[in-house]
Design a protein around this ligand. Structure first.
Ligand code: MTE
Length: 320
């Protein structure tokens, strides 16, 4: 399908976030950030600092060496050599070696399903329409390790606004490239390829939900999901699907690769939750890559203030 520009897209959709975030909210956010840094500096390393303020605290942070809780960034070396990417092997060191020559350009993403304006975008079009900003997010893997990663990316809700979901759209389904020639892991039938993930529409529209194009101010490397990967920081890392080629708005809850592979172990929601253990291990604590002591896992990975409202009234042990 041909690449498509989006005529008539309002400029608010393409203005970088730091320009249009309202100034008062931005100032409040900066206050929260300073308070969080002070609290974190006083706290023992293993005790969780309180989650802070609004999404504005996660606005552009270029040059920062910590997240908003005061936790240090994971090194670029670790972020790019300790990876989960089953299309390129099951060992943490496999993706960096095996994805080295993965072709990330040209690359298009087809966005369709229950939308008024389906379109296929080149990644370079997306970057032009939605200029990436930096977001420092914690990534908590379901395997109980974690990192703090400075991503470059844009809010998924900007792309979704451009294609105009219809009233029938309730979920978003994401699909990774299917190319067994380039992705050796896809040549085995342990999993139902391609990798698929999904979000409820309100989760997908949340300001924290990012489509990432870069890491540490550089274009993302293949092992991190280049050229385009999802980042949903309050959910276990497996929701953050890599190398996306297809995004569909759908009416029914999609089944992910992990739900199909092990339905008793991996649910649709996958919100980080220290109170609900994985059937084979505890989720109460985690190992931050680069640290020795374990630290307590925070509800919603420390983003409860921003996202807990999405799940009001839901039994989080049932909807795991
Ligand atoms: N996306 C695809 N296509 N294939 C994968 O195997 N692994 C997931 C997620 N996205 C995975 C994927 C898991 S389990 C995690 S924890 C994160 O990617 C890891 O992201 P990182 O390697 O960039 O830290």
């Amino acid at each position: 399908m041909a690449k498509t520009d989006i005529p008539g897209i309002p400029s608010s959709e393409i203005t970088p976030e730091h320009v249009y975030i309202n100034r008062r909210q931005f100032m409040l956010g900066l206050g929260g950030l300073a308070a969080a840094a002070a609290l974190a500096a006083c706290a023992a390393p293993s005790s969780p600092a309180p989650a802070v303020g609004s999404v504005a605290t996660l606005a552009p942070t270029a040059g920062k060496s910590t997240d908003e809780l005061g936790d240090r960034l994971t090194t670029y070396e670790d972020v790019t050599t300790y990876n989960n990417y089953y299309e390129f092997g099951t060992d943490k060191s496999d993706p960096a070696r095996q994805a080295k020559n993965f072709r990330t350009a040209p690359w298009t993403v087809q966005v369709g399903g229950l939308v008024n304006k389906p379109a296929t975008f080149g990644v370079e079009d997306l970057i032009r329409l939605f200029p990436p900003e930096e977001r420092i997010y914690r990534l908590r893997c379901v395997e109980a390790w974690s990192m703090v990663i400075p991503w470059q990316g844009f809010q998924l809700n900007k792309l979704l606004a451009a294609v105009e979901p219809t009233g029938a759209a309730k979920y978003v389904r994401f699909e990774t490239l299917n190319d067994p020639e380039q992705m050796p892991g896809q040549r085995n039938d342990w999993y139902e390829w391609p990798y698929v993930e999904g979000l409820r529409l309100d989760e997908a529209l949340h300001d924290l939900t990012l489509l990432a194009t870069g890491v540490y101010g550089k274009p993302a490397l293949p092992q991190n999901g280049a050229p385009l990967r999802l980042v949903v920081p309050w959910k276990y890392g497996f929701k953050s699907i890599k190398s996306i080629v297809k995004i569909d708005l759908v009416a029914e809850q999609p089944s992910s690769l992990w739900m199909v592979a092990a339905p008793d172990e991996y649910g649709f929601y996958a919100n980080v939750n220290p109170d609900v253990n994985h059937p084979r291990w505890s989720q109460a604590s985690e190992r931050r890559i680069g640290e020795t002591a374990r630290r307590r896992t925070l509800p919603f990975n420390g983003y409860a203030e921003q996202v807990a409202g999405l799940y009001a009234g839901m039994d989080l042990a049932k909807f795991y």
